[in-house]
Design a protein around this ligand. Structure first.
Ligand code: ADP
Ligand code: MG
Length: 322
């Protein structure tokens, strides 16, 4: 097997929230992301997607488990020096383009900040590269001296993209980069990311709650539920032939836009809400909401195991297949 660009083994992140309570935001997540691959990470809100992305790039210290970049083990907790060094290789584009840009900094300062911090470049080069990146994301040099509030949501997300990519990282976590945007500009931002990905040879972790979007942009998909990965496989194969009952329901509750499609008419919404990650019941985490639940599901959590009898590499954590 070739070396993964990014790999995690049993990556776990718990938050202690006082009174002896622990939030199990992420439990034992093992994933590989191949060089130049887009891995789509999907799941309802609260399933731990952002926590995975943030823990990976060092915004959260790991509770346990390990992560590697190009075979090099990443520190359990990042110090200033780690951010300086690893910030060149790994960047994040955030969900909310309104809160993720410092309102007191000009666009030029926002984009140039990383260059000053992570790369030893002269002032004039910072200026040149900032102008170049404004152009690459569809803005222009006149925008340098303006402030974030002067821009629309879509433009702000372009600024966020420029800020992350100006450092020419190899790996980028895109955390729901379009979900705060108007539908009319979502496609533009996806296309921009796609173009940049192709021209720069980027590897992406693309996070979204909507499987139909993730399917379009991703090579492979990993589905998360309540802190755990429950299914992985090539994007189309997971989308058109979902195995885990949760994945099936997730697809049905995000019907494709075509009003005539069978899928839309048959769609049912997921029942109930994602349970609290504070008191986790034993067994499969989806057992409480699963339409196909069996006795064994409530006893012990199923492992994420290779699916037998299929030509592609697929993994499912469900006793229906074990
Ligand atoms: P997603 O991105 O899939 O919506 P998150 O990773 O944001 O999910 O959150 C997973 C769970 O962890 C949620 O229950 C959330 O409330 C909790 N959580 C996230 N960040 C923190 C934090 N800093 N402190 C306590 N709980 C957190
Ligand atoms: Mg999130």
């Amino acid at each position: 097997m070739t070396e993964a660009l990014v790999e995690t083994k049993l990556l776990t992140k718990h938050f202690e929230i006082g009174k002896g309570q622990t939030v199990h935001a992420l439990d034992d997540v093992s994933l590989r992301i191949e060089p130049k691959e887009i891995l789509g990470l999907v799941g309802e809100s609260g399933s731990g997607k952002s926590t995975y992305g943030k823990t990976l790039i060092g915004l959260h210290a790991k509770t346990s488990g390990d992560a590697w970049l190009r075979g090099e083990k990443l520190p359990q907790r990042y110090k200033r020096l780690h951010f300086q060094k690893l910030g060149r290789d790994m960047q994040m584009i955030f969900q909310d383009p309104y809160s993720s840009l410092n309102p007191r900094m000009t666009v030029g300062e926002i984009i140039g900040e990383g260059l000053r911090l992570h790369r030893e470049v002269s002032g004039s080069e910072v200026q040149d590269r900032t102008v170049e990146w404004l152009r690459r994301v569809g803005l222009n040099a006149d925008h340098m001296s303006r402030y974030p509030h002067e821009f629309s949501g879509g433009q702000r997300q372009r600024i966020g993209i420029a800020r992350a990519l100006v450092l020419e990282p190899e790996f980028v976590v895109c955390d729901e980069p379009i979900s705060a945007l108007d539908v009319s500009v979502q496609a533009q931002v996806v296309n921009l990311l796609d173009e940049l990905k192709a021209s720069m040879g980027l590897t992406l972790l693309f996070i979204a709650h909507d499987l139909s979007i993730v399917r379009y942009v991703s090579d492979r998909i990993a589905v998360m539920y309540l802190g755990c990965v429950i299914e992985t496989g090539p994007a189309n194969s997971v989308f058109f032939d979902a195995k885990h009952p949760y994945t099936e329901l997730l697809i049905q509750s995000n019907p494709e836009p075509d009003p005539k499609s069978e899928r839309t008419r048959l769609s049912t919404r997921m029942k109930g809400e994602i349970p609290s990650p504070v008191n986790i019941a034993p067994g499969c985490r989806f057992a409480q909401r699963c339409p196909k639940v069996m006795d064994v599901c409530r006893e012990q959590a199923p492992d994420l195991l290779p699916l037998e009898g299929v030509s592609e590499e697929r993994h499912v954590a469900c006793y229906l297949y074990q």
